[in-house]
Design a protein around this ligand. Structure first.
Ligand code: FES
Length: 380
């Protein structure tokens, strides 16, 4: 390959490509030089930060870089553990065992740990490039069109040379720490992406969370309609003027304070209690099978939009239309809350209500269909 210096510019001034035999017998360094010359690359400056391998200074630098990757691995492990085992479920303030605090910390904890892991991987990679890779300044003139075979072969050699001169092959501490950090982070991201698919929403059969709401009563005990007020206040017909609306929640007298609070915060609890104007009530079109679900001029519908689950309660009493603020679906409250505009395609589920001997509203059963957005398994 001693003749390659001339191959880049012979006596005639034309570049003479090396033969296949030349290429096959060239060393990697020769191929690197040839590739650089053929590509018009001029290496203006190149300096290995540790020309003598294995010095104490080099080992110190390696340990510094490995620390970054170990931090990435630990943070990644912490993220995995928090994501899988942290008590993330909602716990109201005052819950025993600091459950509310733990619930509040869940999102910040997994965010900080994942961010720290990614940050440390980045920090380690930057430190490696800065402290261990050869410091090189090269100038290359660009050419037009595709590359010839000789260019491809020499480019491969240059890449291999970059890997070799980076010293990663002989820096086993950094290799192991970096591999560990990347592996743990990848595992964490994989669990993060797939974790939501692993939980079985149908655990519990017909009583699974998507089928039932806190309005359900198994023992015949009435479930009253209450307001979200500090003092327990049950809803009564005289609370609402014609054309007005109130948001109510389920309440059973046998419930503990904790159960009552949980029912207030459950995402499928909110119900709109609407009192139509008398002239509107006369025009109402009832849904088949639900003609007796109302009490006089009072109608109760789930507040959870059937499009994507936003709370829909912007009520326009003149037209008896309900607007969901998220994507502007409109529901006609004079026709069993069926959607008349926007992306929602299903009517709001209606709650069967009545008034007991004491004059309080109560639900005569759970919703007859799931509330909120559609899902594959729903039957209506
Ligand atoms: S969530 Fe109500 S319109 Fe989209």
């Amino acid at each position: 390959m001693s003749g390659h210096g001339g191959s880049a510019g012979g006596a005639s001034g034309q570049r003479r490509p090396p033969s296949d035999a030349d290429l096959s017998t060239s060393s990697r360094e020769e191929l690197v030089r040839l590739g650089s010359a053929l590509d018009g690359v001029t290496i203006a400056h190149r300096e290995d930060p540790f020309p003598v391998p294995g010095t104490r200074a080099e080992k110190r630098t390696e340990r510094k870089i490995a620390r970054w990757f170990i931090i990435a691995a630990l943070a990644g492990l912490g993220f995995l553990a928090a994501y899988l085992f942290w008590p993330y479920e909602y716990a109201p303030p005052g819950s025993p065992g600091s459950r509310h605090l733990l619930y509040q910390l869940y999102t910040p904890i997994i965010g900080v740990l994942l961010g720290l892991s990614v940050f440390a991987i980045g920090g380690g990679t930057i430190a490696y490039a800065k402290d261990l890779l050869p410091h090189e300044m090269a100038v290359q003139e660009r050419h037009i069109g595709g590359s010839a075979e000789v260019d491809r072969v020499t480019a491969s050699a240059i890449l291999a040379d970059s890997g070799a001169s980076s010293g990663i092959g002989r820096r086993s501490l950094i290799k192991r720490a970096g591999g560990l950090g990347a592996a743990v982070l990848s595992a964490g991201l994989g669990v993060f992406a797939l974790g939501g698919l692993i939980r079985n929403p149908w655990k519990g059969g017909d009583r699974a969370a998507l089928w039932v709401t806190p309005w359900r009563s198994d023992n015949g005990e009435p479930v009253f309609l209450r307001y979200d007020a500090e003092q327990l206040t049950l809803a009564r017909p005289e609370d609402l003027d014609a054309g007005s609306i109130a948001t109510v929640f389920p309440y059973k007298r046998s419930w503990s304070a904790q159960q009552a609070h949980d029912a207030l915060r459950a995402s499928d609890s909110p119900v709109m209690l609407i009192r139509l104007r008398p002239e509107q009530a006369a025009q109402v079109v009832q849904r088949k099978g639900q003609v007796d679900f109302h009490y006089g001029d009072f109608y109760a519908y789930s507040k959870i939009c059937t499009h994507l689950g936003c709370p829909a309660s912007l009520y326009e009493s003149q037209t008896a239309r309900l607007l969901c603020p998220c994507h502007q679906s409109q529901f006609d409250m004079l026709e069993y809350a069926k959607p008349i505009f926007g992306p929602a395609t299903r009517a709001l589920p209606q709650l069967h209500i009545d008034v007991n001997d004491e004059g309080y509203f109560y639900a005569k059963g759970d919703f007859v269909e799931p509330v909120g957005p559609a899902f594959w398994e729903r039957r209506s």
